[in-house]
Design a protein around this ligand. Structure first.
Ligand code: NAP
Ligand code: MG
Length: 404
């Protein structure tokens, strides 16, 4: 096709596993390559290839993202003992997402995809709420101890120069528990910058909350670092963009989020983000309608679906059974990456394509044509289709939009 959209710079494409690997190819065949002269630098992060390359392929894919700037990633298996057997693996390779995140040093932003026939459980929510979760430290790197007898627990810090600082945690009269956790100014700073940059990119307000009234040093440091970076680097940019940075206490934030109409980014400390992202995803409807983007402080982007490889459906597929797996979040990973590529390269046709393809997908669902998972949630008339039929329906709508 002569008039396909041309790309100036390739996307880093990270292929994956199981059902999402099948969907990946279908999306490319049905919705992308007919319209775009798709340029990608391809990395196969399927488990077999990771094993063959001793997982070097994952590191290379992350490094390519640093070189090209924008990546799109398919869901991948994180091996456990059972997978080691199933794939006869040399070892239990680490989570690819963890490896990539460690190299790109990013923050993950998760946003629900909203359609008008699936009502959020929270009636006031009209626009998506994006959760930005800090992905380093706190309780996830906590050191814990069970106290069995009477005694004193202390925190001791030994400076490089040998200087000691100590704080008594508690004088135990009997058994109990203690925990110590940490974070790093550098990590909090890059988290803050990733959030401020993403808010500017999306032109949405940024909320941040901690428990600084109780945690006067630990949480207060998060508050101070955010405030300081905001005042020095972002205040003016936020004014120009017409958006706000809003700090409050975490309990106040929870109450406000539930009463809000959505349409903002909610930055969360590691544990808060873990808990709140499941709450927000569930309250909006479905994990199959959540997108996820890793944004690095250096301005690299990696787009993916929030869900996994949908193993149960893949097992049905392997038996030759019909599968109705929802491809929307994976499709939006592609459109997100293509839009970003278009914005960075000044290829407006690519930006427009991404927007129209997303609209075609939303229209399809809003007209009642959907995969099985959504049929359980949607109101009104509905026709359940399999994955390929759904993509063909999206294509039909997209083609129609091009004519009208
Ligand atoms: P999952 O793949 O997200 O699927 C869990 C269940 O959620 C599915 O069985 C299905 O429910 C439903 N579901 C998820 N996505 C769906 C979609 N697109 N359409 C329809 N239903 C969908 O999680 P999992 O089964 O816990 O994990 C499977 C594999 O994925 C694991 O090997 C894990 O390591 C990996 N994983 C990868 C990532 C990633 O790469 N980012 C993230 C999470 C998990 P029903 O069975 O009820 O239909
Ligand atoms: Mg969790």
């Amino acid at each position: 096709m002569a008039d396909r959209i041309q790309m100036k710079v390739p996307l880093v494409e990270m292929d994956g596993d199981e059902m999402t690997r099948i969907i990946w190819q279908d999306i490319k065949d049905i919705l992308l390559t007919p319209y775009i002269d798709l340029k990608t630098v391809y990395y196969d992060l399927g488990l077999k290839k990771r094993d063959e390359t001793d997982d070097r392929i994952t590191v290379e894919a992350a490094e390519a993202t640093q070189k090209y700037g924008v990546a799109v990633k398919c869901a991948t298996i994180t091996p456990n003992a059972q997978r080691v057997k199933e794939y006869d693996l040399k070892q239990m390779w680490k989570s690819p997402n963890g490896t990539i995140r460690a190299i790109l040093d990013g923050t993950v932003f998760r946003t629900p995809i909203i359609v008008n026939n699936i009502k959020p459980f929270v009636k006031t929510w009209e626009k998506p709420i994006t959760i930005a979760r800090h992905a380093y430290g706190d309780v996830y790197k906590g050191v814990e101890m069970k106290i069995e007898t009477k005694g004193k627990a202390e925190i001791i810090f030994t400076g490089e120069d040998g200087h000691l600082s100590r704080e008594v945690i508690h004088d135990f009269a009997g058994p109990g528990i203690v925990m110590a956790m940490h974070n790093l100014d550098k990590s909090i700073e890059s988290f803050a910058r990733a959030c401020f940059n993403y808010a500017l990119d999306q032109r949405q307000d940024l909320w941040f909350a901690t428990k600084d009234t109780i945690s006067k040093k630990y949480d207060h440091t998060f508050k101070d670092i955010f405030q300081d970076i905001y005042a020095r680097e972002y205040h003016d940019k936020f004014s120009v963009a017409g958006i706000e940075y809003f700090y409050t206490l975490i309990d106040d934030a929870v109450a406000r989020v539930v009463r809000s109409s959505g349409g903002f980014i909610w930055a969360c400390k590691n544990y808060d983000g873990d808990v709140m992202s499941d709450m927000v995803a569930t309250a909006f409807g479905s994990l199959a309608m959540m997108t996820s983007v890793l944004v690095s402080p250096d301005g690299y982007f990696e787009y993916e679906a929030a869900h996994g490889t949908v193993t149960r459906h893949y097992n049905q597929y392997l038996k030759g059974e019909e599968t109705s797996t929802n491809p929307v979040a994976t499709l939006f990973a592609w459109t997100g990456a293509l839009r970003k590529r278009g914005e960075l390269d000044g290829t407006s046709s690519l930006v427009q394509f991404a927007g129209e393809l997303e609209q075609a997908a939303l229209d399809t669902i809003e007209k009642g044509i959907m995969t099985k998972d959504l049929a359980l949630l949607a109101e009104g008339d509905k026709k359940i289709v399999n994955t390929r039929e759904f993509l063909e329906e999206v294509n039909a709508r997209f083609k129609f939009m091009q004519k009208s």
